[in-house]
Ligand binder design. Structure first.
Ligand code: CTP
Length: 304
């Protein structure tokens, strides 16, 4: 007479501003520490009070977090720091077993640890922060690319720069020619790609839907188009153009995220079954015959 074991429910919170594959990797690791992952998305007001205004508003951040395939439930308007009251709510109402955060220190404006209470209660677990990507780094790449485009127009990016400099303005200033954040520090290992993959091909009679694009700076519009594309068949295959094609079509300053970074963001999306890392610009006869069941090819010329 086996009793069904209660699922372990874990909670991770965050701002998830300008969502990137580092955030997705944090959610992936958090989900692996339990059976169900509940994510708290911090409200705009709380972010403003603790670290300055977010670039993406709450409703967009909610769309992005909800689209990640490792997420089971999302709470909007979560507090920035886990208070006694909110922790009780997590335990009693949401049945949370563990509260999880990356291994970077998370200090409040008053210098205290945002997770001190959870640690004290013995309900805190840590995951490894992903190297080589952060919102600050992405903004740095964007600033450098606007600079490359129009060196004379130096006031253009001042408000973005103010929001993200956090005392790091030298990092952005120093970047001009090759030393800056424009260069990605991400190392695409096969293990990371496997971790993000579904590992399942299409079934025998599956209707495969194909859509391609750059998917640079993966955002809520991309999520929506992928969701719609997936409803047209049984298996969604996404072709991601390589950096050379994107540069040739959109200008030398693009893409901001390189091919492998863009592939991880797309792979983390729950509507996506598989990606082609470096898809051709034109869909060739070969490609169609290779994918025998290609049922529907979507052409959205403006999927950037
Ligand atoms: N995180 C991570 N790796 C990164 C960036 C974030 O593992 N490269 C994790 C954080 O540790 C946190 C969660 O993602 O547990 C949500 O992050 P967020 O609150 O948005 O934190 P930031 O550290 O501010 O992320 P970023 O600097 O990229 O904005």
């Amino acid at each position: 007479n086996k009793k069904k074991k209660k699922p372990i429910r874990v909670y991770m919170d965050g701002c998830f501003d300008m969502m990137h594959y580092g955030h997705c990797n944090a959610l992936r690791q958090a989900r692996a520490l339990g059976d169900q992952l509940v994510v708290g998305v911090v409200s705009d007001a709380e972010i403003i009070a603790n670290k300055g205004p977010p670039v993406t508003p709450l409703h967009e951040r909610m769309i992005m977090v909800n689209a990640v395939k490792w997420v089971d439930e999302v709470i909007s308007d979560a507090p920035y720091a886990i208070t006694e009251e909110f922790m009780k709510k997590l335990f009693d109402e949401y049945n949370i077993d563990y509260i999880i955060h990356g291994d970077d220190p998370c200090v409040l404006p008053d210098g205290t640890d945002a997770y001190a209470l959870a640690k004290k209660a013995g309900r805190y677990k840590q995951i490894k922060r992903t190297e080589g990507v952060s919102s600050t780094d992405i903004v740095g790449r964007m600033l450098l690319c606007t600079r490359e485009r129009s060196i004379s127009d130096s006031h253009n990016h001042s408000s973005l720069q103010r929001q993200f400099s956090h005392g790091n303005s030298q990092k952005f200033e120093a970047g001009g020619s090759g030393t800056g954040t424009r260069v990605s520090h991400f190392l695409p290992t096969s293990r990371r790609i496997v971790q993000f993959s579904n590992g399942k091909g299409p079934g025998d009679d599956a209707r495969i839907v194909y859509i391609d694009g750059a998917f640079d700076l993966f955002h809520a519009g991309h999520v929506e188009i992928l969701r719609l594309a997936r409803t047209l068949g049984d298996f969604l295959l996404v072709g991601i153009h390589n950096d050379q094609i994107v540069s040739a079509k959109r200008g030398a300053h693009r893409p901001i995220m390189n091919l492998h970074e863009r592939s991880l963001s797309v792979l983390a999306c729950r509507y996506v079954d598989e990606v082609i890392i470096g898809a051709p610009w034109e869909i060739s006869k070969d490609m169609v015959s290779m994918q025998l069941n290609l049922f529907f090819v979507l052409v959205f010329p403006s999927v950037q």
